[in-house]
Design a protein around this ligand. Structure first.
Ligand SMILES: *[C@@H]1O[C@H](CO)[C@@H](O)[C@H](O)[C@H]1NC(C)=O
Ligand SMILES: *[C@@H]1O[C@H](CO)[C@@H](O)[C@H](O)[C@H]1NC(C)=O
Ligand SMILES: *[C@@H]1O[C@H](CO)[C@@H](O)[C@H](O)[C@H]1NC(C)=O
Ligand SMILES: *[C@@H]1O[C@H](CO)[C@@H](O)[C@H](O)[C@H]1NC(C)=O
Ligand SMILES: *[C@@H]1O[C@H](CO)[C@@H](O)[C@H](O)[C@H]1NC(C)=O
Ligand SMILES: CC(=O)N[C@H]1CO[C@H](CO)[C@@H](O)[C@@H]1O
Length: 752
């Protein structure tokens, strides 16, 4: 890298030390005086008489800024935000949700964020008929209804849950229609469950598949039912999977099997953009179902289950409704079941709201914090617990920039996404619109959707971000008094104990497809952290997507009235953002990718291939694994050298005038190493899945999968009749990973 003019270096160095000194002065003037005496003692003067803080004191200043920021986050304000955001049901595309977008704009503006504005997209959404609820009924031989579900859940707290139509039970993107026929109980509706039914001699063709929630994405269940010939689908909340759910409660949700607007794949659905796909094509591609589907409560499920004929289900299929579950098909006494769904597809405006705290040193580098704001009903947990927290993080950060002279070195962007519930539409369209800029400038994306419990932090991230996820958690005070009493003072302590992983570190899964981080990672290759709070069992969270997710639940069930847990989440979010925005060298550890590649991914891949029946058509694939292994070893060595170089650059920064360009070079290479794992062509059949390591599984859109395209090719091989062709496809997919690893190695080198 050519050397830069000395004048520029000195200027930027003195600018930075000035800022540091101003930060000192401001903090000294504040409540933190006594703490800062220590830092002062460590100040020294350089030859020119300008005091330059030594290494420890910079860290101490950072520490103090962190504390000031954490102190600034107030539980009471989060609570106020939450009430303001959950006044009425607000599905994407409705007037009510537009009002919520306006509320967020006002919150962001009042917080002092800059350039607060909305980004509008026109996307395909789906609604029930608000005047005629969906129903399930049971008819006797004479065709008379002996039972009809209400189709609307009754409120428990009318003050919070009493809006007209709030209780409607529906699934977005269901086909409209009425179907009368026989029910088959298909357990969780997984491919395995349908295979089991086949084995048991039960044919789902022409029947109604009744499936319970849990074990994967609801859209996959309905698609699976349709693929097996079912004419309608019923999903119910089994008490076994539904903590706190009242008998009448239902889980709403989307059953679209794609992220982003289905009519404008890969491109932003900006107003006026040409829609490259028609609704019929979307149905043909089985992205949305062509059969009616609806969710029912366990009270309604009881009516069907208690009349269902046929043999009892296999033992592990029995749920917690108080009857013996049977397979069907059909009800006893010649009764039939009628599914009646009213629904329509509509193209609607959706609005993302964004705002910024501009970075002082690198305005064109962004740390992005995001959460969606559209909800199935009131959304006080999912998602507005997160929306309320994020708005408070924004306010507290700006306040900290005012009370101290701290400014983030890089820009911090706050994003409230619309239409996440329908299939991550708002964030996906945004990523599609700005994919180039995000690839070039986004440092990281930090997502928090909602919480699922109130006990431990839970983090899903990629290997290069694990260190920062851990380091920051070690700084956040534990919100649980009884944990603190046991000596677990920080979020990290409870987390590491609750979810132990390898090397004494907490276990972190790779991010799945369930929230707005997906597009950032899988389409743009931006490192992401998706986090929330959860209970030790990690099972589905209470009242999910139900009418009963209203502020009372946050205030009295999930958290204490002081919102200590909400606050702890806010502190984690803020500190993650500040760390990523201020650390001179990005706290993104590319050595971890190399380590995982050689130590885990290659090993697993070899094992999987070796488990397949030996076949000459697999030899090429196995050879590719050998190449990949060698490439991974080189990548590891190179990343260790690079880490040494980065440490050196960082150390120089602490002692001498800053060499901003060297630093920028190091950080650019970290970013570009991550981007090496984006394959612009996408994976076969899924051009939106462009990350070759971390992607969404084709078979379960909720879970993240390592090297999904490779494993999908292996699955296809296992079932293929043309083994030669299928074997070559496996080799090709492994070779694409090899190419990415090679790219990463070269990115970390100086010359090629
Ligand atoms: C920041 O300053 C304002 C106005 O002086 C004050 O109300 C607020 O409490 C201060 N915040 C912190 C965290 O010190
Ligand atoms: C089983 O549950 C249903 C619906 O919740 C209820 O109506 C019925 O009385 C219960 N039956 C028994 C035997 O507990
Ligand atoms: C979390 O677990 C605690 C006990 O460990 C339980 O009392 C509580 O109901 C659970 N809360 C949620 C939100 O799942
Ligand atoms: C977590 O949830 C449980 C169940 O509602 C509740 O008893 C407990 O107080 C909650 N914990 C906190 C810290 O709010
Ligand atoms: C990055 O990860 C490697 C491999 O786990 C580890 O040895 C190294 O200490 C990490 N680097 C930093 C700066 O934490
Ligand atoms: C349709 C079919 O035959 N599917 C099989 C494909 O291969 C997997 C094993 O890799 C089986 O589990 C499926 O049953």
């Amino acid at each position: 890298m050519p050397y830069v003019g000395v004048g520029i270096q000195q200027r930027s160095a003195s600018l930075r030390s000035h800022r540091m000194i101003r930060a000192y002065a401001a903090l000294l003037g504040g409540v933190l005086v006594s703490l800062f005496i220590v830092g002062m003692g460590k100040m020294q003067a350089d030859a020119g008489g300008v005091p330059i803080p030594r290494k420890e004191s910079i860290e101490e200043i950072q520490d103090q800024i962190g504390r000031a920021l954490m102190e600034a986050i107030e539980g009471e304000k989060i609570k106020e935000n939450l009430r303001a955001l959950t006044k009425e049901p607000h599905q994407a595309g409705t007037k009510a949700n537009e009002r919520v977008a306006k509320t967020i704009e006002k919150m962001y503006t009042a917080a002092g964020l800059q350039k607060v504005h909305t980004l509008t997209y026109d996307v395909l959404l789906s609604y029930p008929d608000w005047d005629r609820p969906n129903t399930v009924s049971i008819r006797n031989r004479a065709g008379r209804a002996v039972f009809t579900s209400r189709g609307v859940s009754a409120p428990i707290l009318p003050d919070e849950q009493g809006a007209p139509h709030a209780g409607h039970q529906w699934l977005a993107y269901s086909a409209p229609g009425t179907f009368e026929g026989d029910v088959v109980y298909a357990h969780s509706g997984t491919p395995k469950d349908f295979a089991m039914l086949k084995k048991l001699g039960i044919d789902v063709t022409g029947k109604i598949a009744m499936m319970r929630y849990g074990e994967g994405f609801r859209g996959d269940k309905v698609a699976e039912a349709q693929a097996h010939g079912a004419r309608a689908a019923i999903l119910f909340s089994d008490p076994a999977e539904s903590v706190w759910m009242p008998p009448e409660g239902v889980q709403r949700g989307s059953i679209m099997k794609l992220n982003g607007d289905p009519l404008t794949p890969l491109y932003p659905a900006k107003p006026g953009a040409y829609k490259s796909r028609t609704v019929d094509e979307v149905k043909e591609a089985r992205i949305i179902p062509s059969i009616p589907a609806l969710p029912i409560s366990y009270e309604t499920a009881y009516e069907i289950l208690s009349r269902l004929g046929g043999r009892p289900v296999p033992g592990e299929w029995q749920g917690n409704v108080n009857v013996t579950y049977r397979l069907g098909p059909g009800l006893r006494d010649g009764h039939t079941t009628v599914v009646d769904v009213k629904s329509s597809l509509e193209t609607k405006h959706v609005h993302n709201v964004v705002g910024y705290i501009p970075g002082q040193d690198e305005e064109d580098r962004y740390v992005i914090l995001g959460n969606h704001f559209d909800a199935w009903v009131y959304g006080s947990i999912d998602p507005n617990s997160g929306t309320a927290i994020l708005a408070e993080v924004a306010r507290a950060m700006v306040e900290t920039t005012k009370n101290t002279t701290w400014r983030p070195a890089r820009s911090i962007m706050f994003a409230a996404w619309d239409a996440e519930e329908y299939g991550l539409l708002g964030s996906t369209e945004f990523v599609e619109e700005f994919v180039q800029q995000l690839g070039d400038r986004a440092v990281a994306y930090l997502n928090m959707d909602c919480f699922a419990g109130n006990f431990s932090l839970d983090v899903r991230t990629i290997p290069s971000m694990r260190d920062v996820a851990i380091d920051v958690a070690k700084r956040i005070p534990n919100h649980l008094e009884e944990q603190v009493a046991l000596g677990r003072k920080t979020l990290y302590d409870t987390w590491a104990r609750t979810f132990p992983g390898q090397n004494g570190q907490p276990d972190m899964k790779i991010p799945g497809g369930g929230s707005d981080h997906a597009g950032f990672l899988t389409f743009a290759g931006v490192p992401v952290i998706d986090f929330n709070m959860i209970n030790a069992t990690r099972n589905s969270y209470p009242l999910y997507h139900s009418l009963f997710e209203t502020p009372f639940v946050n205030e009295h069930l999930y958290d204490k009235p002081d919102f200590a847990m909400h606050r702890a989440i806010g502190r984690y979010w803020a500190e993650l953002a500040r760390t990523l925005a201020d650390s001179p060298v990005f706290p993104i550890n590319v050595t971890k990718i190399a380590e995982e590649m050689g130590g885990n991914y290659v090993v697993e891949l070899r094992k999987t291939l070796n488990q397949l029946p030996a076949n000459p058509n697999l030899l090429e694939a196995k050879q590719q694994v050998d190449f990949l292994e060698k490439a991974a070893a080189k990548f590891l060595v190179r990343s260790q050298h690079f880490a040494e170089h980065a440490r050196h650059v960082n150390a120089e920064l602490q002692n001498n005038p800053y060499d901003q360009r060297k630093l920028r070079g190091v950080n650019e290479r970290i970013m570009m190493t991550e981007r090496c794992f984006v394959n612009p062509r996408g994976s076969p059949g899924a051009p939106q899945n462009r990350h070759v390591l971390y992607s969404i599984s084709e078979h379960d859109s909720y879970s993240g999968k390592v090297m999904a395209a490779v494993y999908d090719a292996i699955d296809d091989y296992a079932n293929a009749t043309d083994k030669k062709k299928a074997g070559r496809k496996v080799a090709e997919q492994i070779s694409i990973i090899y190419h990415s690893v090679h790219c990463a190695t070269n990115t970390l080198k100086h010359f090629f």
